[in-house]
Design a protein around this ligand. Structure first.
Ligand code: ATP
Ligand code: MG
Length: 655
């Protein structure tokens, strides 16, 4: 059963003290990890342990960070799978695009040319782009606190530049020979001035410290979001002359008189997140592309400033199409690696997204959702995202089930990936998770309810579609049709199954018994054997009527029955050889047949029980048992169980 009522204070007794303990050990650890010394100390004590780690570029650092987060993955996992783990904690159903993102970092870390192109995530609204960026940023922060992720910088440098940059060019070849790694970076104008002014060029005495990446303090993580383009100033990215300091220092060209507060400096050694990148002025874009390509920026007064950082940009489709319209942008696109982040395709993954969003939202606290609410909403969403398959015998609902890994009659499972490859634009349009969650929360707030059923969900979605000002009439109608499909092709089946099952004291056991009986009879019939009746001990021929009545439930034809039976027996043999019991769950069609058979048997009971206007005590007793089972075993609450029961009765009356 889904329980949404989470008691916020239920961490057990003494929880406050425990928590404070955790906090203080965290802070102790943090202090212990600190390190400060001169560059000479750094060379003597820190560097020798792992020179390669200390000479990493930001791309290499991110790639190592991703694999570090995946260290608990299965031993035979590939590097790529391992590196996806960080994202998979919160992003569902977009494994393939995540794989591509991870590949980008892998290639960039290996020194491939892609590292010189800007990474642009392109996707529909509320499709997880910002979440991906957040996970990456949090992942970096955490990693920088570990031994493996230790980062060092020249103390006081606004760019937190790698202390190895202090090694003069003329000595770098020797350094490489000694430590096996080469130094890539150049000192910034700030550091050059610092070394000269404070240490008369004696760089061995320059102070070095360990740094911890933190977005909040603008250390190694920068974020830039375009605001009003008319007032946006390139200084937000690269800084400007600080007039107050010029007055103090007296020289505009002094690096100390420059304000190093731009986002590209904050991001130095780590990542720069560019939100809605295509909305920025072209001048900004050139700067960023040069930064990725050449690893430097040019500002007035100073020679090129070397910067080591990774740019992670995102944008939505509308903005992207607008951008494509302008011819002169083509050259810019060439310098980006564009990765599409579509919506999820499997309704099960989509439903997990809702589950995540719902369990974090106050509006849903203490609200019971019937067991199909989120799945049904997810089915609707996926229907709006899919392209109609061109293939004979396939429609959108069937495609949807294939994408969710469900068996579809007459279609091999491998078809899913082929269909997917046929429509590369799929998943870039349709309903967003946010739309669905908003519709549900509106229904809950407005109805001031503590229980939401699947039918109420459909109404809420219908309402949301009808009152959406951005959609035209045709699209609205299309989406409402999808609601109807979701109800007819999915919900009806699910709810009927629940109610039917709830009519049995022990549905699974009865179904298993029936399956075994079916197998016995089939084997006898295939081998032309007699069946021995367990009670009377008499022999008789296989019960063909029983076999057919099961098979007819799933429309196995007379001419097709033999191959169907052989296939079932073969599967049963496979299970038997593997030392397992042949279970209904392992054969989708058999399962459906057996369920239908059992339901058919009880159907009249249900009719009788629920159709009488004034049920007698006996009927009422039967209803209440079924309702109770729906609550205790199938995840309903009282309200939704009652609704489900009366809904299924109506369905039966129409059949
Ligand atoms: N595939 C997914 N898996 C898990 N959660 C998702 C997924 N897609 C979206 N979400 C959730 O939906 C919400 C919106 O996503 P997010 O803000 O990351 O989207 P976005 O692509 O940045 O959208 P926008 O273009 O509107 O900025 C977030 O709470 C996010 O966790
Ligand atoms: Mg976003």
């Amino acid at each position: 059963m889904r329980v949404l009522a989470v008691d916020q204070n239920s961490h057990g007794s003494g929880s406050t003290a425990d928590f404070i303990d955790t906090l203080s050990s965290f802070s102790r650890l943090h202090r212990a990890q600190r390190w400060e010394g001169t560059f000479g100390d750094f060379l003597a004590t820190i560097l020798p342990a792992n020179p390669a780690a200390l000479a990493r570029s930001s791309h290499e650092y991110i790639w190592d960070m991703l694999r570090w987060h995946g260290r608990a993955a299965a031993p035979d996992a590939t590097d790529n799978q391992r590196a996806r783990e960080l994202f998979k904690r919160e992003l569902f159903g977009i494994d393939e695009p995540l794989g591509r993102v991870v590949d980008y970092f892998k290639a960039a870390a290996a020194g491939s040319d892609v590292g010189r192109r800007l990474l642009l995530l392109l996707g529909p609204p509320s499709g997880g782009k910002s979440t991906l960026a957040i996970l990456l940023k949090r992942g970096l922060e955490e990693y920088s606190r570990t031994d493996e992720g230790a980062l060092y910088a020249i103390r006081g440098s606004p760019l937190r530049e790698n202390p190895l940059n202090l090694i003069p060019t003329s000595l770098r070849a020797e350094f490489r020979e000694r430590y096996g790694v080469s130094v890539q970076g150049e000192l910034s104008p700030w550091a050059r001035d610092f070394v000269e002014r404070e240490f008369e060029g004696d760089f061995i005495r320059v102070p070095v410290e360990r740094v911890f990446l933190a977005e909040a303090s603008r250390v190694g993580i920068g974020t830039y979001a375009p605001h009003d383009p008319t007032t946006a100033d390139i200084a937000d990215l690269v800084g400007s002359v600080d007039l107050a300091k010029v007055a103090q220092i007296g020289d505009e060209g002094d690096p100390r008189a420059w304000s190093w507060s731009g986002a590209v400096y904050a991001a130095s050694r780590g990542v720069l997140e560019m939100i809605e990148i295509l909305k920025v002025k072209r001048e900004f874009l050139y700067l960023l592309l040069t930064l990725t390509q050449e690893k430097n920026v040019k500002v007035s007064r100073f020679p090129l400033i070397h910067l080591d950082e990774t740019i992670l940009a995102h944008t939505n489709l509308a903005e992207f199409h607008k951008f494509l319209q302008e011819k002169e942008n083509e050259a810019l696109l060439d310098r980006m690696v564009i990765i599409k982040i579509p919506y999820a395709f499997s309704y099960r993954d989509e439903s997990r997204i809702y589950q995540k969003l719902v369990s974090g939202a106050p509006a849903f606290r203490n609200v019971h959702l019937d067991p199909h609410v989120l799945n049904l909403a997810a089915v609707f969403s996926i229907l709006t995202r899919l392209v109609k398959p061109e293939r004979e015998g396939l429609d959108v609902p069937k495609k949807l089930r294939l994408y969710a890994g469900e068996a579809v009659e007459g279609v091999p499972e491998s078809e899913a990936s082929r269909l997917h490859a046929e429509s590369p634009e799929e998943g870039m349009t349709g309903v967003s998770p946010r739309f669905v969650i908003n519709a549900i929360s509106n229904a809950i707030t407005r109805g001031n309810t503590h229980s939401l059923t699947s039918m109420e969900l459909l109404l809420a979605l219908k309402d949301a579609i009808e009152s959406d000002a951005r959609m035209d009439a045709k699209q609205k109608k299309g989406w409402i049709d999808h609601l109807v499909t979701a109800r007819k092709e999915f919900y009806n089946r699910w709810v009927k199954e629940d109610v039917h099952r709830a009519m049995f004291a022990s549905f699974e056991a009865e179904a298993q018994q029936l399956l075994e009986k079916y197998l016995d009879e089939v084997e006898a019939s295939l081998d032309h054997r007699q069946v021995t009746d367990p009670i009377t001990g008499e022999s008789r021929a296989a019960d063909e009527r029983f076999l057919r009545s099961v098979e007819e439930k799933i429309k196995v034809s007379d001419s097709g029955k033999l191959s169907f039976r052989q296939e079932v027996v073969r599967k049963a043999m496979v299970a038997f050889k593997a030392g397992e019991k042949f279970k209904l769950a392992s054969h989708a069609r058999m399962r459906e047949a057996i369920e239908q058979y059992l339901f058919e048997e009880r159907r009249d009971v249900l009719r009788l029980v629920t159709s009488t206007a004034r049920p007698d005590d006996d009927a009422r007793q039967k209803i209440s048992v079924v309702q109770q089972r729906l609550v205790t075993e199938y995840g309903y609450d009282e309200h939704s169980a009652k609704e489900a029961l009366s809904y299924v009765t109506t369905l039966l009356a129409q059949e």
